[in-house]
Design a protein around this ligand. Structure first.
Ligand code: SF4
Length: 354
């Protein structure tokens, strides 16, 4: 009953806002958002697709239903006069919270004990970072990446400098390194909570990984893969590259959110898929593919609690505000951070479009 009321409230608000604001309004939703939000949006997508949509849009207001770093990315890429609004300002990200500008600066300073970071190291930041982290990367000639572009961006980075610093998702970094054939002994991990006294262990590293993980994807375990294969011998296991490397090794397929959607949707009727990613996406994928058996890889499917914060009434409140001439929850990035962060994002978009 409550769900029906929410659906109606947001549908009415969206319809009215579209009627009055027309092409001046663009509503974007990440795949991990609630169904009511996803179905109300103009576009749904993963981080890369939504960054591209935001960058290509001429809308005056971009309402970004996702977590804060995503809306901030859209604000960094926004054109003159465009405004990005987020329905929930408190929608953070466990992974993005593992890193900030001062802690990154401290690592760079410590690396100088055993190498010349400005000349030898190129930083690469997953988009799941705040704008100041992207700015740090942009200032040093580096680029951002998403889970779908990590491999291309790492190749690009290694073609420029001897070493790469990849932040903050250690598993995405390690899984991508394995695809590129980088040996274990050339990888070192930096734990910002327990920095070493001596830096000798980093002197030979070609790839330095930040010790960050996503609380959702870390929940999938190798035992889950073994269990689903026992219970369902015909199952195919598909996981996101933020999962542990031991899980990725055992999976049949690994790829970004969009890759998972494309692969499962294109599989023959009757296929069985155990999916290692956020539960709202898995449940929607199952509902949109009734001719297949699609289920979570985990016994207790993990939700992203930050993504769940955005309720239909939060989106409705933003739209009703716009109709009254009020811009609520505008995401702003100071110009000194915006310019270098934009360089890092634009490099990513160039690498992935070439
Ligand atoms: S699923 Fe993980 S990486 Fe994505 S927003 Fe949630 S905490 Fe961050």
């Amino acid at each position: 009953m409550r769900r029906e009321m929410e659906r109606t409230a947001v549908a009415d608000a969206v319809e009215e806002a579209r009627r009055v604001l027309g092409e001046k309004l663009l509503i974007l939703a990440h795949h991990y958002q609630r169904d009511e939000i996803v179905y109300a949006a103009d576009y749904r997508g993963d981080s890369l697709e939504l960054s591209r949509r935001a960058a290509a849009s001429a809308a005056r207001w971009i309402v970004f239903c996702g977590v804060h770093f995503m809306a901030e990315t859209a604000a960094v890429l926004a054109r003159e006069g465009q405004r990005v609004l987020i329905p929930r300002e408190d929608a953070g990200c466990f992974l993005a919270h593992t890193i900030d500008y001062p802690s990154l600066t401290e690592l760079w300073r410590r690396l100088a004990e055993v190498m010349e970071p400005d000349r030898e190291v190129i930083p690469v930041a997953y988009v799941n970072t705040t704008a100041d982290v992207k700015a740090f990367v942009g200032e040093r000639g580096g680029a951002c990446c998403t889970s779908s572009s990590a491999e291309a961006v790492l190749r690009w980075a290694f073609s420029r400098r001897k070493r790469v610093l990849f932040v903050p998702d250690q598993y995405l970094g390690r899984n991508t390194a394995r695809r590129l054939g980088i040996p274990e002994e050339e990888i070192a991990v930096w734990d910002p909570r327990h920095p070493p006294e001596r830096m000798d262990g980093y002197a030979r590293a070609r790839l330095i990984l930040w010790r960050g993980t996503c609380n959702v994807h870390v929940r999938f375990l190798p035992e889950d893969v073994e269990r689903v294969r026992r219970e369902r011998p015909d199952v195919r296991v598909i996981v996101h590259p933020e999962c542990r490397p031991e899980v990725v090794e055992l999976a049949d397929e690994v790829g970004s959110t969009s890759y998972i959607i494309r692969t499962v949707s294109a599989s023959p009727p009757g296929s069985a898929w155990a999916v290692g990613t956020e539960e709202r996406l898995v449940a929607r994928l199952a509902a949109e593919n009734p001719d297949k058996d699609v289920f979570s890889l985990a016994e207790v499917p993990p939700f992203c609690s930050y993504m769940s914060l955005t309720r239909p009434e939060d989106l409705a409140a933003i739209l009703e505000g716009l109709l009254r001439g009020e811009e609520r929850n505008v995401v702003e990035v100071p110009p000194g951070i915006r310019a270098p962060a934009r360089m890092a994002l634009e490099r990513m978009l160039e690498i992935t479009s070439s």
